[in-house]
Write a protein that binds this ligand. Structure first.
Ligand code: GMT
Length: 381
């Protein structure tokens, strides 16, 4: 099939999922067209089956806000016509589903019928989309998508609670590609990061408030009081400077490494012993799943879709949001005993395999095929 994918090109989970999905679809023989304002960060190889179309928004001084949705919908119309696209898959409702709907309507005027699949990722529903300023438009975009998917059962329930949704929502979880992790990395250079007797604790995120970055630092503070440990913080975002300051004021700055954004997260996770994800909310927690497939147990908050991924007492532990004492205690339970650590590592890896792309990709392919077959259903236009 010819599939157009709209996403954010950034390090955020929705962009990562959209990009990895597009690459996997191309490897299965589909032709994939990414349409966004910059080449997605995880998209390295373009070729016959993977295309990238940049959305440009010309600046005009009259506008206080430049109309990205307008530019995106026009780009969608042009690309869908030029490449005879079969289905449009938009990731993150705002404003992608809204722009996609407009493109669909414009194309229908020319007797081109394109089904639109909208994938809800989390903050588009829980944080941004539910704001009264956006809610009517988000509700409309969801109800006017041909298919709606959400990345967890929890996000599906939240969407149904917050919005007046008349559409079925199919749950299609985030995924990993187990093939990538078959052989252990030969260049897993643990010694560059820590001494042999030090445990390596990792956090990866976009350092937004929702990630509760100060909790990450405080949990680590408590861990390092009992055992020798290092904290690796990967990512960039508004809470980073505050976190650096907190490390200095707690006197642990030399034990914490801030690495910034990285495309090499598997290289970092391969020498990690524990992953911290104390988020306020998390629709799924792709970062936790990526840790688990690298055999890294997870200490997380018990919120949103995280319990669908991180299994209590098996792949890690879950605590109430903000309960840093419990999180630190649980971390030590895992880290203090090598045998326990090994068991959790193995469990984390085995559980992550339930989310292998080979089981998730056919779900999307099936959705595309059905939506394509029903594209002439005029009631939808
Ligand atoms: O976590 C973020 O802030 C990024 C955000 C995004 O939209 O890119 O991630 C969301 O989508 C991911 C992929 O589906 C999920 O794994 C994350 O849990 C979700 N983040 C939140 O719900 C906070």
């Amino acid at each position: 099939m010819k599939i157009a994918i709209v996403c954010y090109p950034t390090f955020g989970g929705s962009g990562v999922v959209a990009t990895e999905l597009g690459i996997a679809l191309a490897n299965r023989g589909h032709e994939v067209h990414f349409i966004t304002y910059r080449q997605p960060v995880r998209l390295e190889l373009l070729g016959n089956r993977v295309h990238f179309h940049e959305v440009n928004v010309p600046e005009y001084p009259l506008f206080k806000y430049q109309p990205y949705e307008l530019a995106l919908s026009s780009k969608l119309v042009d690309t869908i016509k030029q490449y005879n696209i079969d289905v449009l898959h938009v990731h993150y409702a705002i404003p992608h589903a809204y722009a996609g709907y407009m493109a669909k309507k414009m194309l229908a005027e020319e007797n081109i019928f394109i089904p639109m699949i909208t994938t809800l990722h989390g903050t588009d529903i829980t944080l941004v989309g539910s704001h009264p300023f956006y809610k009517p438009a988000v509700t409309f975009s969801i109800n006017n998508s041909d298919v709606v998917t959400s990345v967890s059962e929890s996000l599906k329930q939240q969407t149904l609670e917050i919005f007046d949704v008349k559409k079925e929502i199919a749950v299609v979880p985030n995924f990993i590609d187990k093939k990538k992790y078959h052989s252990s990395f030969t260049d897993c250079q643990r010694s560059l990061m820590a001494k042999d007797d030090e445990k390596i604790i990792t956090h990866i995120s976009n350092f937004r408030k929702v990630k509760r970055i100060p909790d990450v630092v405080k949990i680590f503070y408590k861990i390092q009081e009992s055992i020798s440990a290092k904290l690796i913080m990967v990512g960039e975002g508004p809470e980073k400077v505050k976190a650096e300051k907190l490390c200095r004021s707690l006197g642990i700055a030399e034990k914490v490494v801030f690495l910034g954004n990285s495309n090499e997260i598997d290289r970092i996770l391969c020498f990690s012993d524990l992953f911290l994800l104390p988020s306020e909310t998390e629709s799924f927690g792709l970062a936790a799943l990526e840790a688990m497939v690298n055999k890294v147990p997870v200490i997380s908050s018990n919120t949103g879709g995280i319990p669908e991924v991180n299994k209590q007492g098996i792949t890690g532990f879950l605590s109430e949001i903000g309960d840093i004492d419990d999180m630190a205690l649980n971390a030590l339970k895992i880290l203090k005993n090598e045998e326990t650590l090994d068991t959790f590592k193995t469990n984390a890896y085995n559980t992550a395999l339930n989310f292998d792309i080979l089981s998730v990709l056919p779900l999307y392919e099936d959705i595309y095929q059905k939506a394509y077959e029903q594209r002439f259903n005029k009631a939808d236009y």
